[in-house]
Design a protein. Structure first.
Length: 190
């Protein structure tokens, strides 16, 4: 099964995916008990797309950015109109060595190369994003490069939108743990 095949309400989901984004752990309060819980949001990817997965408590430290994971007996819900994969108490999440192919051009820092054939300026890079996405991203110019980092966890839909825009303007996604970011090489206008 692939991520693009998932539908709201689906149960008994089994798939392999790669962790392409891991948010910071944060505290939430249960509606059912007056207790705080620590959760962490991930974005998983495979060759067909991305989806959000939330880890709870002790699961958080079991999974790292760029890990390949296997989900067994998961289920699909929606939170704030965004599909989300859940493991739940009857499911299982395992870090595996099973290779996962993604559409994302994920490159380690050591393999980064300028890829932008377009002539762009910082303002043109920012203007390529819709306003509602610009508000969720931080744009910084470093010499001839624009580094784009999320202000907070983007979720799978916004991550996919940002990735498409960056690729369309000749940029790339750089996987670097907590320093993961989108990168666009600038060239001066003629």
């Amino acid at each position: 099964m692939t991520i693009s095949e998932l539908v709201l309400g689906q149960k008994k989901v089994s798939l392999n995916a790669k962790v392409v984004e891991k948010g910071d752990p944060h505290e939430v309060h249960s509606k059912f008990r007056d207790e705080p819980y620590v959760v962490c949001d991930l974005v998983l990817a495979d060759e067909s797309g991305t989806i959000k997965l939330t880890l709870w408590e002790e699961e958080i430290n079991k999974v790292n950015l760029n890990d390949n994971v296997q989900i067994e007996n998961g289920y699909v819900t929606a939170w704030k109109k965004e599909l989300q994969l859940n493991v739940g108490k009857f499911g299982k999440l395992t870090v595996t060595k099973i290779p996962v192919t993604t559409k994302l051009p994920v490159k380690p820092i050591s393999q980064q190369t300028p890829v932008n054939p377009h002539k762009t300026l910082l303002s043109e890079v920012k203007d390529a994003f819709p306003t509602e996405l610009q508000e969720k991203l931080n744009f910084e110019q470093h010499a001839q490069t624009v580094i784009i980092k999320p202000v907070k966890f983007l979720g799978s839909d916004n991550f996919a939108k940002a990735l498409k825009i960056v690729l369309d303007i000749g940029g790339e996604y750089v996987s670097a743990g907590r320093d993961s970011h989108f990168r666009v090489q600038l060239k001066e206008s003629v």
